[in-house]
Write a protein that binds this ligand. Structure first.
Ligand SMILES: *Cc1c(COP(=O)(O)O)cnc(C)c1O
Length: 425
C-alpha cells in the first residue's frame, strides 16, 4: 500500500476490506467495543495490546481515515481531531507544558493566531511570533531554554506566504526542537512537508480534504523521525502516572509523539473526530487529486486576469510569475498552489465591501477551500480582532479580498468578478 502513488492511496489507502466485507468504508456508529474477557480489557488499558476501547480515543472508521492520511503524508501515524483548531492545539500542547515556550511564524491563520497569542498564553504556554523571512540569527535570539517547537503553514492563510520548510526544519533541529507544519492549503497532493524535514504535519481537514464543506475536522501526522529523548521532552521520556509509569519513547519508539497525543491528550481533553465526519472526509479525499489539480489551474488563470485588472492594486498567488513567493512555490508546490488567491482592491474599505456584495457566483462564506468559489474580507471577518498594525504585520490590507477559486468553469468565475468590478469606482 505504501508503494502506491498518492492518487491510488487517496482512493484505496487506509481501508482494505477482507473477503465479503463492505467495499466502502463503513460508519462504525458505536461508542463502545465488546470483549471476551476482563483480562483483554486490562491489556487494552495498559496499552500492551492494540485495539479500540472507546470512541473518544479511537474508532474503526476514524482509524481508516487516519491510516489513509498517514500514507498520504508519509508519516508513521495520524490522529484525527474534532477540528483544525483542535489539531493545532494538540500538536503544540503535546510538546509544550505550562512554563514552556514556542515560536510561530507570524503569517498564520487568524484562528491559530488567537489560540497561540491569547488562549495558550492563558494556559501558561508562551509564544514568540517571527517573520517567515527571519534569519537564523534572528530566530536564535527568540529561542529560550524552554522553547519546544516551531510552527508555520505551508501556504499561509490568508497571506499566501510560502514557508521554506527545509530552512525552518534546519533551524528547528539545530535547536533540538521539532518543526510543526500546518499543511491545510497545500494538502499532501501538492506538498508533503515531512519530505522536506518537517516533523509534525497538521491539517484542518474541513478545507480541501473534505472539499465539499460538509465536515469540520482536523488531523495530526507524525513523521516519526524526531528524537524526543534529547533531554528537552520529559513528558516523552519520564513515566506517565496516568499509565502506571509508562514512558512514551521507550514504549512506542518512532510513534511516541502520535501515541502520546492520542492516549494522553485526546483521552483527557476529548476532542476526537466523529465517525460520521470521518466517513465524509474520507469520501472527499477520494477525489482530492482531481480537485486540487483543477483548483490550481483555475486559480492561476483567475490570478492572471486579476493581475491585469485596472481596479486591482496587487494580487498574491504563489505560482503567479513575479509573485514574491514564486521561487519558494516553484520548489515546494510543483503541482499547483491550491485555489486560494488574495488581492487588494484599489479604493476604500467600503468599495471592497461593495465589490463583495455584488458577486453572484462567488459566495460570501466564512470558509475557504471547497468545490464552490467563495470570497471573504479578512479585515471584517476572520481577522477583525486584530489592530491595523497587527493586520499589516500579517500581510493583510484593509481592502484585501481572499478568493477561494472553486472547480466551476473558470470563465464563469472570471465573468462574475468582472461584473462586480463594474459596480465599484
Ligand atoms: C481553517 C484553518 C484552521 C482551523 O481549522 P478548523 O477546522 O476551522 O478548526 C487551521 N489552519 C488553517 C490554515 C486553516 O485554514
Amino acid at each position: 500500500m505504501s508503494n502506491w502513488k498518492i492518487e491510488t492511496n487517496l482512493i484505496q489507502g487506509g481501508y482494505v476490506p477482507e473477503n465479503g466485507q463492505p467495499r466502502v468504508l463503513p460508519i462504525y456508529q458505536s461508542t463502545t467495543y465488546k470483549y471476551d474477557s476482563t483480562e483483554h480489557v486490562a491489556k487494552l488499558f495498559d496499552l500492551s495490546v492494540p485495539g479500540h476501547m472507546y470512541s473518544r480515543i479511537s474508532n474503526p472508521t476514524v482509524e481508516a481515515l487516519e491510516n489513509k492520511i498517514a500514507l498520504l503524508e508519509g508519516g508513521v501515524g495520524a490522529l484525527c481531531t474534532s477540528s483544525g483548531q483542535a489539531a493545532s492545539m494538540v500538536a503544540v500542547m503535546n510538546v509544550c507544558e505550562a512554563g514552556d515556550h514556542f515560536i510561530s511564524l507570524n503569517t498564520i491563520y487568524g484562528g491559530t493566531y488567537n489560540l497561540f497569542a491569547i488562549t495558550l498564553k492563558k494556559m501558561g504556554i508562551d509564544v514568540t511570533f517571527v517573520s517567515a523571512e527571519a534569519t537564523k540569527e534572528e530566530v536564535a535570539l527568540a529561542v529560550r531554554p524552554n522553547t519546544k517547537a516551531i510552527f508555520g503553514e505551508t501556504i499561509a492563510n490568508p497571506a499566501l506566504v510560502v514557508t521554506d520548510i527545509a530552512y525552518w526544519a534546519e533551524i528547528a533541529h539545530s535547536h533540538g526542537i521539532p518543526l510543526i507544519i500546518d499543511n491545510t492549503f497545500a494538502t499532501p497532493y501538492l506538498c508533503r512537508p515531512l519530505e522536506h524535514g518537517a516533523d509534525i504535519v497538521t491539517h484542518s481537514t474541513t478545507k480541501y480534504m473534505d472539499g465539499h464543506a460538509t465536515s469540520v475536522g482536523g488531523v495530526i501526522v507524525d513523521g516519526g523521525k524526531f528524537d524526543y529523548t534529547n533531554g528537552k521532552f520529559k513528558g516523552f521520556t519520564e513515566p506517565d502516572p496516568s499509565y502506571h509509569g509508562l514512558a512514551y519513547t521507550e514504549a512506542f519508539g518512532e510513534a511516541a509523539y502520535i501515541t502520546k497525543a492520542r492516549v494522553q491528550f485526546i483521552r483527557d481533553m476529548g476532542n476526537y473526530l466523529s465517525p460520521q465526519n470521518a466517513f465524509l472526509t474520507n469520501l472527499g479525499l477520494e477525489t482530492l487529486h482531481l480537485r486540487m489539480e483543477r483548483h490550481s489551474q483555475n486559480a492561476l488563470e483567475v490570478a492572471k486576469y486579476l493581475k491585469g485588472h485596472v481596479k486591482v492594486e496587487c494580487v498574491n498567488y504563489p505560482l503567479l510569475e513575479g509573485d514574491s513567493q514564486y521561487e519558494k512555490a516553484k520548489k515546494y508546490l510543483q503541482k499547483g498552489a491550491s485555489g486560494v488567491i488574495s488581492f487588494v482592491i484599489k479604493g476604500t474599505r467600503d468599495e471592497a465591501i461593495q465589490f463583495m456584495d455584488s458577486l453572484k457566483l462567488a459566495n460570501i462564506v466564512v470558509h475557504v477551500a471547497d468545490a464552490r468559489t467563495a470570497v471573504l474580507h479578512p479585515a471584517s471577518s476572520t481577522h477583525r480582532q486584530m489592530t491595523d498594525e497587527e493586520l499589516m504585520n500579517c500581510g493583510i490590507s484593509p481592502t484585501m479580498i481572499r478568493l477561494s477559486v472553486g472547480i466551476e468553469h473558470v470563465q464563469d468565475i472570471i465573468e462574475d468578478l468582472e461584473q462586480a468590478f463594474n459596480q465599484i469606482g
